[in-house]
Design a protein around this ligand. Sequence first.
Ligand code: AMP
Ligand code: MN
Ligand code: MN
Length: 323
Amino acid sequence: MKPQIAELRRLIEGAAGVAIVAHERPDGDAVGSLVALTLCLQNAGKQVSSILADGVPSRFRFLPGSDEVQRTFPTDCDLLIAVDCSEFERTGFKSEDLPRSVDVNIDHHPTNTHFGAVNIVDPQAAATAEILFDLADPLGLDVDSHVATNLLAGLVTDTIGFRTANVTPKVLQVAARLIEYGAPLAEIYERSLNRRSFVAARYWGRGLSRLEQEDGLVWTSLTLEDRQHVGYTGKDDADLINLLSTIDGAEVTVIFIEQPGGTVKVSWRSRAGLNIAPLAAAFGGGGHHQAAGAMVTGDLEQVRERVISATRAIFESDSGKGK
Ligand code: AMP
Ligand code: MN
Ligand code: MN
């Protein structure tokens, strides 16, 4: 057993109260990993608080156990675990909001800063959920159908339905095991990836109406006014980026989502062979080779100008090529 895993086992055994946090603006891997680990530790007799700064997005509320997620930390706990966070700031909390510093950091981002006292980071893993599945046995934790459903939601969403280049035979074997444990693949796929609200579709329409293309680059923007006009209450792109990245010839797709207070959320997606993580890191963000993001200060126009010209440059240099 790896020393970090033995240490995690020791920490869990010695803790009565555990708090688990995942990242702000949570995706399916953040929610699924958080809730799966929560349920496992509850089944092992622990008192567990699961926390998301932004709460659970409606599309993931079908996940069993997701209704227990809180938005704030308890005043006290013996063990604090972060899942699917590449750096502490991704939790969406300040250190003074936490009852203690992060003991354990479990993640799969290549840009992970190893901010925990114990760090279990595997950039080869397709999702944090895959790491957690592998940890269950050595930690002596049971996977039941609810745990399996949450873990499979993490795998399905982070791989966009097993479509990303990091889907190995092992990922599919883990998925098959999770289905054997009772996870309903078709329902998870339908609810967490396919289904849209009418409002989200209208919001997409605003972004689609100003879609631009130049060589292998495709981009668009979503404004505060768009969200107000259609009544979309999220601060995100409602996953429009995944639709844009299916466009023929789009080697790199970028979306700019205007935020209140003079910042812009930027999301990049690339086809296999172009690594956009360093570009996102250069703008203060991070992510994976083919999916990265950053929160950039400036007005929409300025940020778009800077980001598009920097993104164009990765086609011209070799820096984005290879892995
Ligand atoms: P998104 O574009 O928000 O769907 O994120 C794509 C990937 O980039 C995810 O793996 C995120 O964890 C990562 N990411 C997004 N925004 C940030 C950020 N501000 N800082 C670090 N990583 C980010
Ligand atoms: Mn995530
Ligand atoms: Mn993830």
